[in-house]
Design a protein around this ligand. Structure first.
Ligand code: ARG
Length: 456
């Protein structure tokens, strides 16, 4: 393709370091779409003949079918996807194939194909995240009133509902989707026609190719168009943040499915056994969702590092942009799908969760709040009094509600029998009706509201 002025073939090791077809063949569909849009525009602008354009388009469509049928032979000697397809086109239609590259370079060609690819990736990830939100919202509705301990520092803090806990993730994945949508808007401009770096003297119509590829407009600066990969970085960072959310939920599933917590159980289809310990049910899927964050973070760091000191415009270093993006796309898609499967699969041991919710003096805040409300005590003092009551209960090996009124009054004489009404676990949770609070009534409303807000 470029060997006209060269006296010999590249050294083996150069060919080896240069070749990217094994990786970038994934761009075939987007590369062909870009070429078809370019060929049609060239003909419309009378830069090539209609006859040649027709032959080019038909040839490219034939190649597309051949690739999708698994019959296309990708050749290492042809370096990358762009040259593989162009060479195949020449084999099919002869000389006219050579006119496709008029007013174009591989630099704007790859920038265009890669943008289209990342755009498709964003759309697929968004759909998968939406499905995960749907799974979470359904389980949250089912468990709007199921009590469980809420934690801070992984110490029992205050009881919450499982529905409320699951809805927290619906919000996180909603923000992940909005980050992707935001990145998509900035990505959606066409580099095609920037040519190698400086634009072209041919009378091309960049608006037309942008439009036919579904871009909002052509990119404004030809140097920028071929040399930035910020759209890929935005995808990688949005995916990395999403992976954090997935990993936190995965970690909770690992904890909750352990014998020590025993809050949830996964069916056989989401558990794996041990080859030596017959009693084991391991949450491998959750562990791998947690584990894959490593490569997803690494991929972001890899491309940031590739890009950070490149002089404008294109540099071959940028060929290293694809492996991290493909790997992140594969990994994050698998993680989201596996997570949706786990969310739909788990069964919750609600009696056990409720028992745990009531242990460890988790209603202490309700007691302190009563002191504030009924006795007009400043909260700091109420906190102090409650801490002494907890200590007394611990000494007597009782829960707070098992203390007698007399015992309570030995700490604070103004306490009345009415205090016991707020110590009941269920009533305590039901009372947390502030906006965004955990009360079952809130959770039911929040489920309906989330469905509307996220279009679930
Ligand atoms: N395979 C190359 C890449 O992914 C295509 C662009 C090559 N451009 C060039 N001037 N050598 O970056």
């Amino acid at each position: 393709m470029w060997g006209g002025g060269f006296a010999c073939a590249p050294a083996d090791v150069l060919a080896q370091i240069n070749v990217s077809i094994g990786v970038d063949k994934r761009l075939y569909r987007q590369d062909i779409a870009g070429s078809i849009a370019h060929a049609r525009m060239l003909a419309k602008q009378k830069i090539i003949s209609q006859v040649d354009a027709k032959a080019i388009v038909a040839g490219l469509e034939g190649i597309l079918n051949e690739i999708e049928a698994g019959k296309f032979v990708f050749k290492d000697a042809l370096e990358d996807i762009h040259m593989n397809i162009e060479a195949a086109l020449a084999e099919r239609i002869g000389e006219a194939a050579g006119r496709l590259h008029t007013a174009r370079s591989r630099n704007d060609q790859v920038a265009t194909g890669f943008r289209l690819y990342v755009r498709d990736g964003i759309d697929a990830l968004d759909a998968a995240l939406k499905d995960l939100q749907q799974a979470l919202v359904a389980r949250a509705g089912e468990h709007a009133a199921s009590l469980m301990p809420g934690f801070t520092h992984l110490q029992s803090a205050q009881p919450v509902t499982l529905g409320h806990h699951l809805l927290a993730y619906v919000e996180m994945f909603g923000r992940d989707r909005s980050r992707l949508a935001d990145a998509r808007k900035r990505l959606n401009e066409s580099p095609l026609g920037a040519a190698a770096l400086a634009g072209t003297s041919f009378p091309i119509d960049r608006h037309a190719t942008a439009k036919s590829l579904g871009f909002d407009r052509p990119m404004e600066n030809s140097l920028d168009a071929v040399s930035d990969r910020d759209f890929a970085l935005e995808f990688l960072s949005a995916a990395a943040i999403c992976a954090v959310h997935l990993s936190r939920l995965a970690e909770e599933f690992v904890l909750w499915s352990s014998a020590q917590f025993g809050f949830v159980r996964f069916s056989d289809s989401y558990s794996t056994g041990s080859s030596i310990m017959p009693q084991k049910r391991n949450p491998d899927a959750a562990e791998l969702v947690r584990g894959k964050t490593g490569r997803i973070f690494g991929n972001l760091m890899a491309l940031l590092t590739v890009m950070k000191a490149l002089p404008l415009a294109y540099n071959k270093d940028m060929q290293e942009d694809k492996p991290p993006v493909f790997d992140t796309q594969d990994s994050i898609m698998l993680c989201v799908l596996a997570m949706a499967g786990m969310v739909r699969n788990f069964t919750a041991d609600t009696p056990r969760m409720e028992k745990a919710a009531g242990s460890a003096y988790s209603n202490a805040t309700d007691l302190a709040d009563w002191l504030v409300r009924a006795l007009d005590m400043p909260f700091r003092q109420a906190h102090h009094v409650t801490a002494r009551l907890v200590k007394l209960a611990q000494e007597k090996q009782k829960t707070l509600e098992q203390l007698s009124l007399k015992e309570m009054q030995s700490v604070e004489p103004n306490i009345r029998a009415e205090i016991f009404s707020v110590l009941n676990l269920r009533d305590g949770v039901a009372s947390r009706t502030s906006h965004g609070g955990t009360a079952p009534a809130n959770v039911k409303k929040a489920v309906a509201e989330a469905k509307k807000r996220f279009g679930l």
